[in-house]
Design a protein around this ligand. Structure first.
Ligand code: ATP
Ligand code: MG
Length: 146
């Protein structure tokens, strides 16, 4: 299977399961990996990010401060949690040094990545989260480079 063809679908039944899935995704990430998350309010993007961070050796708890767009954490690699919710678009992201981060030596996870469509390279791993029931989330992963 070549890179880009991979598609996987999961059902998560709890926030803990979503964190655990994030930890599994982290095994496939390396320097320069970009994970673009899509899905509306409360879909579980931050929980998935917590798992990815944990899987990459970040010991600090990942949180979602309301007005912080880019948070940097120390793990096996530099880990960037980007929340694009309050950005106007790609120009806004670039003004914050977004490109330097995405093309730097760390791993980046982006919530609300649909807000900055032109900043997401085609090799990014796309994860779509959808609320199915109060505790169920459908999680679709595309482009994981196996
Ligand atoms: N299976 C599940 N996976 C993840 N979260 C779940 C699940 N079931 C219920 N939840 C609840 O959904 C919410 C998900 O919150 P989270 O902050 O991860 O969402 P988000 O997508 O980051 O939202 P936002 O767009 O506001 O940043 C939490 O309140 C959590 O308890
Ligand atoms: Mg969030």
């Amino acid at each position: 299977m070549s890179a880009g063809n991979f598609l996987a679908e999961f059902i998560s039944s709890s926030p803990e399961e979503t964190v655990a899935l994030g930890e599994r995704i982290a095994r496939f990430l390396h320097q320069g990996s970009i994970v673009a998350l899509r899905g509306g309010l409360g879909a579980g993007k931050t929980y998935l990010t917590k798992g990815i961070a944990r899987g990459l050796g970040v010991s600090e708890e990942v949180t979602s401060p309301t007005y912080t767009i880019i948070s940097e954490y120390e793990g096996n690699l530099p880990f960037y949690h980007i929340d694009a919710y309050r950005l106007q678009g790609d120009d806004d992201f670039n003004a914050l040094g977004g490109a330097e981060i995405l093309y730097g030596a760390g791993v980046s996870v982006i919530e609300w990545s649909e807000r900055i469509p032109d900043s997401i390279p085609e090799y990014a791993i796309i994860v779509e989260l959808e609320i199915r029931e109060p505790n169920h989330r459908n999680i679709l992963i595309r482009n994981l480079d196996l």
